[in-house]
Design a protein around this ligand. Sequence first.
Ligand code: BGC
Length: 895
Amino acid sequence: MIMLALAHNTTAAAQLKATSLRCEYRTNPLAMDVAKPRLSWIVESSKRGTIQTAYEIFVASDPKILGEGRGDLWESGKVEGDQNTQIAYAGKSLQTRKQCFWKVRIWDNHGNISPFSAIASWRMGLLTGADWTGSWIGLAGDTSRDLRPDPFVRKEFNVQKGIRRATAYIITRGLFIASLNGSRIGHDVLSPEWTDYRKRIQYLTYDVTPQIKKGANCVGIIIGDGWYSGFVGFGKLPNNYGSQTSALMQLHIEFADGTEEVIATDQSWRGSFGPILSSDLLMGEEYDARLEMNGWDKPGFNDKRWQPVAVYPKPTARLVPLPTEPVRITQLLKPRRITEPKKGIFVIDLGQNIAGFVRLKVHGKAGREITMRHAEVLNPDGTIYTTNLRRAKATEKYTLGGKGIESYEPHFTFHGFRYVEVTGYPGKPAMDAITGCAINTDLPITGSFGCSDKIVNQLVSNISWSQRGNFISIPTDCPQRDERLGWMGDAQIFVRTAAFDMDVSSFMTKWMYDVVDAQSPDGAFMDTSPFVDKNGTFGAPGWGDAGIIVPWNIYRCYGDTRMIDDHFEAMERWMQYMAEANPDFIRKNRLNNNYGDWLSIDAETPKDLLATAFWAYDARLMVDMASATGRTEAQQKYEAVFDSVKSAFQKAYISADGKIHGATQTGYVLALAFNLMPDDLRQAAAQFIIDDIKAKKGHLSTGFIGVKYLNPVLTETGHADVAYQLLFNKTFPSWGFPITQGATTIWERWDGWTTDKGFQDPGMNSFNHYSMGSVGEWLYRHVAGIDLGEKPGYKEIIVHPRVTEQLSHVSASYSSPQGVIKSEWAQKKGRFTFNVAIPANTVATIYVPAKSPDVVRESGKPVKDSPELIFVRHENGCAVFKAGSGAYRFESVLH
Ligand code: BGC
């Protein structure tokens, strides 16, 4: 008996594992303010058709306790079921700074028990006001000036005893870079990022144990303006949230003997202005290396000439831990080319439009000034084109210190650019004089997509680069001009594409706080979030609706019902805001800045039609979200709203033959996508789109809003061929056209620049706007065919590629919350090969393109030999199978 049990366990170990343990979507986070953090893991198994049948979680205050097979904080017991994500901690209540270690083991349907997972951890943050014992300090600068120098503050302290652990909590009204004993704390940039500083300010938490030493230590902070007091958006003035920057830091040092000491910002710190003469997100940075204060953040520096810091009142805003990954430099780019279009003016081409800044390397005489201006595109004469940046100066000025080789990168700014114009450089810059630093919120990359068509691959790359450039703390419209706002329309249109490319769960969790913080007292969602006074328009159809659409997408993609619970009331207030003003269920009131199908091509969709369609869609999503969270009454209420809006919509806008008011592609596409077309008219409506595309010689005319739904609707109504035609189109307007003009990111306008016409209207011509890139979703969902089934969070997966003669192969993968899903297909002379990977603990429906079910083979054998595959039906040229987890190698014949 004993022998048998042992044998059983050993095989189990090889077959079944719980990996990738995460807490609130993150790996070992250092500060949680969620009372019941949600835990998740991925089930891995080498055996096909694996489903987790039970789990057991142990949470302890010390890994030793876990080692003893106990959890002093929580023992879940053996819980039956397949849940492996979104499991709320249900143990002892967790106090400030509590550290929790956890592990899990799982059971599966093949009778295996996994070994315990590797140990993961999370720590609670500073949960109450009383935990913040430090003072908010800064240096009174000249706040009447638009651009001002950035203060440096410092403090020396002594450590006498052996250290067990040291944690730094840092928060600023402004931005910060902190260092300990001369080395930087963390490697994030633009922390603590953007929130409405009047309501919420984020702190960052760092484990600094290795940076502290016995004896004398020094901690230093540089404070920048950033979103708090610099220029934001197209407002004419800085100081959106305040004019005086300040910082609060607490360094908690825990000693080996169990005692603890807190080094906190207070009036004993000293401060000075230094080499950063000004630094602004939009304008750029001025830096004079001659004013560097060598060793300022090391012990022993002589700070006699520094001033005592000023102490500022505490904010009334909530202080919260950053709930997502910080912004970091995620890629370094070497110059491709250096030209000299005018004497002494060098233009460096990074070959890729990015958001970030450059690192400069230089050797020269003290006092020499180098100017670096950033631009996305060039004039025909090879000089940089900056008119489209509007008021953003995007300029760095660096004055040399003259001491050997100098290296400089700006501290508190970023630009959207591909080209850097360098003037004042001593001699000609060498290829290593400039390095491009691309920054973005450092989320895990989850998607990859490649195929046999070069233009499509470039499109995928452009989408992904536009996502990076615009996922900097919040989802923005563009990273270059004086805008960079959290435009809600852009975010909702792109969120699903974004969720393929990166794990956006924690990022959107953070942004939804901004959205709700910005909501007006009468329930309107803003057009941009976080709220900025001067840009504070609200309620626009397709923009405000993001407050419903984003949480629904996060629920669908990650199975997140907590986001729904957290914001349900806010969403209801938005629904009420619309309903109050539109008693006849046509949304024509309270539309404010009604942008409509922004940037459509000579095809204006009637604005009340678009607005009403989105209202119906919101209602539909509310039904879904109410049902997912057990809100029966609300579910019924929004079912009724949906029905009323739908019938009002049909009456007002759809004629008996399926023609829609305004007859634009977007009108049809929204009616079809949002299920507002009577069933018997769906095909007729789809045909109108096809006819319109034909009449436009194979072109789309949708704007920002319609474009996302166009190819999915065409595909789902049986016209994948037309969707492909649009994909492969290379003439204006199309996704391919900007690529033929050299685009390396998605452009705001299809014709931002053309060889014939030159630049579009400089008042609004960004070369890095992800909205039109919302077709990325279709590439994953329909071309590769990786899609969600009915259950959220990829518990049920659909793999359904749409094959076209124009592609010989497609290869995509997506790291879902359940593990990696793969779809790789290739065709040659009617023979089709198809590799599919389905993660453990999920089920899938796989559509294998095949002329008939009996030509399908799997791993070289007839399908009936694979017990994990159950044939369901043959439909539209595909053999459809229900499948358990595992890797499958299909072969079939297409025709
Ligand atoms: C932004 C857009 C935004 C729009 C509102 C523009 O200036 O760049 O992306 O959604 O305004 O229509």
